[in-house]
Design a protein around this ligand. Structure first.
Ligand code: ADP
Ligand code: ZN
Length: 664
């Protein structure tokens, strides 16, 4: 008699499934999507049934039986299994690790949460808080409805404060009437409390939230509630794209351009891209919302792959903030701030208005320099300077956290050491001197230590109690500070000239996001930008607040070198404690794969990564580029198979990043 063979996905860095046999005493019928316990070496492991068959390549004397099946019925349905399988193939990542990314840790520890029925929907919906849509919103509502009928993706391209959240809620409300669930992806829950707050007050307990600040059990409970239909709306960060649903009717990706949708290690997936795959599999729509859509998305609108609907007006004040450039060649700065800016902050304070000072650099200064010999204190393990954290009296590496005491005299020549460049801590120090009686709130990773402290600080900021807000990108995202009228960008040049082809796009997105915090009510806002490049054409396009004409200008620079979205790219990363090993590995792959390069994939490299040394390891990469996605994937597949077959030195770690957004 033939044995039943279960092909199991195990959380291990091995691409294959593992075959086990089923002993006949099991009372549970095996099905894909069930959890099982299996022997693995001398241990026991939890895995997922991926396939049930009677065939295996393992000799019948060698095959081991599973220990037991945990679930009467699969916890993952075929829709999700398809998505997991697709993800594993598209990102060339071991399927067991994709399961691990998709299923909350609590469930992977063989547990299953009990759900109390009355947990859900005990708080009634407060639909009366629904707002009457503006004319523009109403038109977008109709456009979205049409896209939903056609089951097509649609971009909601609406400037900051144009009422995108209200639209999401009304679209979802109608969806709920059809008894369909909705998935709302947000970049980082803690930094975008706005959307969550508004959803909570309107939809009450029909919402469940999945993100890393929940306990593992809470996330498991919410996951199960989505699966059995008890929760109608799931709001979550990246990994919630893998939430199971009973009847998913719509996916919304808010701030679709946000880099946090792409995981940068392990399974390097894009939740935004997966949302489109998942929607297509289910015959439903995706709404991609943003004030500053990614160039990829705008290109997809141009080529009619996505529809688009535009909100050009703000709900409250009809005008966007006005912008003023402060030319740093003309206006000297003292510790990062010009006199004009200080005067403007003063004016805002006199009018009882808030100001937001933005600088995407924490610490006191990004480096220190000896005024005698020019020595810059560097991290011994990374290719970067150590950042001065003055109040702590430390020099800290922002890559690997290496920490040294700060010596005020040079370790080489004994002369005195000076801060080089500005960080938020320094700006705060200066502001406190200028405005000793003012309540200044600095919000960055150093001042925000916990979920509670962040909430406390943000609520002070929102209430207007904090008179000057100062911070990094933590302050830039979807906050609504009603009393804020001035936004100042301390150093625009820092973002304008980055090293990769997306630098100006990312800079424009951040700049418009931060600017969008100003003047969201009656008063008109003002954005002041300190720069040495006030004539820069791209900068001028951005600050005319017309993102689309910026896009049209900036995308030209990508056409000739055929950077995305004119092509598709992938990276092969390698790293090792020995520099030579990195290049030997990459050269070997390169030489071999070029021979087999049937398509026209362009292989750039091997090159050292932009930050060559991190945490004591040397890093290098091959960059693959092809206009045809299909050909690119043929190439990666060949390369991946080739690497699998090689005996690679243990000291070399490698990874494939498909559609990378961080090239460093
Ligand atoms: P966005 O997400 O596009 O930046 P929001 O959704 O935060 O904009 O909307 C900005 C503000 O306008 C919010 O306070 C929101 O409650 C309010 N709002 C949105 N739509 C309407 C409307 N139709 N009538 C009145 N207020 C609205
Ligand atoms: Zn370091």
């Amino acid at each position: 008699m033939k044995k039943t063979i279960l092909s199991i996905a195990l959380n291990a860095p091995i691409k294959n499934l593992f075959d086990y046999s089923l002993e006949n005493h099991s009372s549970i019928t095996p099905k894909p999507g069930q959890r099982v316990r299996v022997p693995f070496g001398k241990q026991e492991k939890l895995g997922f049934i991926s396939k049930v068959s009677d065939a295996t390549t393992i000799a019948s004397s060698k095959i081991r039986p599973i220990i037991n099946i945990l679930d009467e019925r699969p916890i993952l349905d075929s829709e999700l299994l398809t998505l997991i399988d697709w993800t594993s193939k598209y990102y060339y990542h071991p399927i067991g690790e994709v399961f691990a990314a998709a299923v909350p840790i609590y469930l992977r520890q063989s547990k299953y949460p009990k759900i109390a029925k009355e947990d859900s929907a005990s708080k009634p919906l407060a639909l009366e808080t629904r707002k009457k849509l503006t004319k523009e919103q109403h038109q977008s509502f109709k456009n979205i409805s049409n896209a939903m009928i056609k089951k097509e993706p649609i971009v909601l391209n609406g400037i900051t404060g144009s009422g995108k959240t209200e639209l999401y809620m009304q679209v979802i409300e109608r969806n709920l009437k059809k008894k369909e669930q909705a998935l709302v992806l947000v970049p980082e829950i803690g930094l975008t409390p706005q959307l969550l707050g508004e959803f909570r007050s309107r939809f009450g307990n029909t919402i469940a939230v999945i993100h890393s600040e929940n306990t593992p059990k809470e996330n498991a409970v919410n996951w199960v509630k989505a699966k059995n239909g008890l929760s109608k709306i799931i709001i979550g960060t990246r990994s919630s794209i893998f939430t199971p649903f009973q009847s998913l009717g719509l996916i919304i990706v808010d701030e679709e351009h946000d880099a946090s949708y792409k995981q940068q290690s392990g399974l390097r997936y894009s939740a935004r891209d997966l949302s489109l795959v998942r929607a297509a599999n289910n015959g439903i729509s995706v709404i991609l919302g943003s004030a500053t859509p990614s160039f990829e998305t705008l290109m997809n609108v141009e080529t009619k792959k996505y529809r688009q609907t535009v909100l050009k007006k703000r709900v409250f004040s009809n005008s966007l903030p006005s912008t003023q450039m402060i030319d740093l060649r003309v206006h000297p700065q003292e510790r990062g701030l010009t006199k004009i800016l200080i005067n403007e902050i003063k004016k805002q304070l006199d009018n009882k208005k808030q100001s937001l000072i933005y600088l995407n650099r924490r610490g006191y200064s990004p480096a220190t320099v000896c005024i005698g010999c020019g020595h810059v204190e560097e991290c011994p393990r990374c290719d970067t300077s150590l950042v001065l954290h003055k109040s702590k009296g430390k020099l800290i590496c922002h890559h690997c956290s290496t920490t040294k005491n700060w010596e005020e005299s040079c370790t080489v020549c004994g002369e005195s050491v000076a801060p080089l460049g500005k960080g938020t801590e320094q700006i705060e120090e200066y502001l406190k001197e200028q405005f000793p009686k003012t309540n200044i709130i600095r919000i960055d990773k150093d001042t925000v230590k916990s979920k509670n402290s962040r909430q406390e600080m943000l609520s002070q900021a929102k209430s207007g109690k904090g008179e000057i807000l100062l911070g990094t990108q933590m302050l830039a995202k979807g906050h609504d500070f009603p009393n804020l009228t001035l936004v100042a960008i301390v150093n625009a040049d820092q973002g304008l000239f980055g090293s990769d082809f997306r630098s100006s796009e990312k800079f424009a997105q951040t700049l418009l996001q931060v600017s969008g915090r100003a003047g969201r009510r009656k008063e008109k806002g003002l954005v002041m930008i300190q720069t040495y490049n006030s004539q820069n054409p791209l900068l001028n396009k951005i600050i005319s607040q017309d993102y689309l004409s910026f896009y049209k200008e900036a995308i030209k620079e990508r056409e000739m070198p055929q950077w995305p979205p004119y092509s598709h790219i992938a990276l092969l990363h390698a790293e090792s404690t020995r520099q030579a090993s990195v290049f030997n590995f990459l050269n070997q792959i390169n030489n071999n794969c070029l021979k087999k390069n049937i398509g026209s994939t362009l292989v750039l490299g091997p090159n050292a990564s932009p930050i060559e040394k991190k945490s004591g390891r040397y890093r290098g990469q091959l960059l693959l580029l092809n206009v045809s996605r299909k050909e690119l994937h043929q190439f990666i597949k060949t390369m991946d198979l080739y690497i699998q077959k090689q005996k690679i030195k243990r000291e070399v770690r490698w990874a494939i990043d498909v559609d990378p957004i961080d090239l460093s």
